[in-house]
Design a protein around this ligand. Structure first.
Ligand SMILES: C[S@@+](CC[C@H](N)C(=O)[O-])C[C@H]1O[C@@H](n2cnc3c(N)ncnc32)[C@H](O)[C@@H]1O
Length: 172
């Protein structure tokens, strides 16, 4: 299984460490979301250790992934998996820079998994919504620091939203 390949590569990392990331156990949610539209390029906000970006690239998509902190581990992971050429990695200093990066690209799907706090997810959503096909991670209620996702998702027409565990897919 794909995630076990990652565990093997990073045997120094504990299973708990990896299971905190979005992909494990949720592979089918991503695959179904991506299959429902014609997608070539994915824009991701929130790279972290590059696991979701790697997953998307392994599925054959081009990935643009943006974070506020560079991760050598992500770069190393993509090299080891031989998928670096599928991934464009941007590190930005602030939200204005991030929005300007996003505006440069055409993409058919966006994954929002960056700063989940109040007001922050709206900035990401407003920048990526032109693609009409956005998956949000950490759509949860009652957890401090995650209000931003529910603020946006709950403001959208219910018929455009599909909730799958702690993911919410918005499609128009
Ligand atoms: C939950 S992690 C992303 C996990 C990754 N998508 C995965 O599942 O493999 C969240 C990331 O968002 C980044 N982040 C925090 N604030 C951000 C912002 N304003 N814009 C973009 N990324 C941000 C953090 O540095 C962190 O790496």
């Amino acid at each position: 299984m794909w995630i076990e390949k990652l565990y093997g590569m990073y045997s120094k990392c504990s299973a708990e460490h990896w299971s905190a990331l979005s992909v494990e156990g949720n592979e089918q949610i991503f695959v179904d979301a991506l299959n429902s539209k014609k997608v070539k390029t994915i824009l991701e906000v929130g790279t972290h250790y590059g696991v979701t970006a790697a997953f998307f690239a392994e599925l054959g998509y081009n990935v643009i992934t943006i974070d506020i902190e560079r991760s050598d581990m992500a770069v190393d992971l993509w090299k080891r998996l031989n998928i670096s050429d599928k991934i464009t990695y941007h590190i930005v200093g602030n939200n204005i820079e991030k929005v300007n990066v996003i505006l440069q690209y055409d993409f058919e799907f966006a994954f929002i998994d960056g700063d989940h706090r109040s007001g922050q997810v709206k900035i990401d959503f407003d920048a990526v919504k032109k693609c009409g096909n956005v998956l949000f991670h950490d759509y949860v209620h009652g957890y401090s620091g995650f209000e931003g996702t529910s603020e946006v998702v709950d403001s959208l027409p219910k018929k455009q939203i599909k909730v799958m565990g702690d993911f919410a897919l918005w499609q128009i």
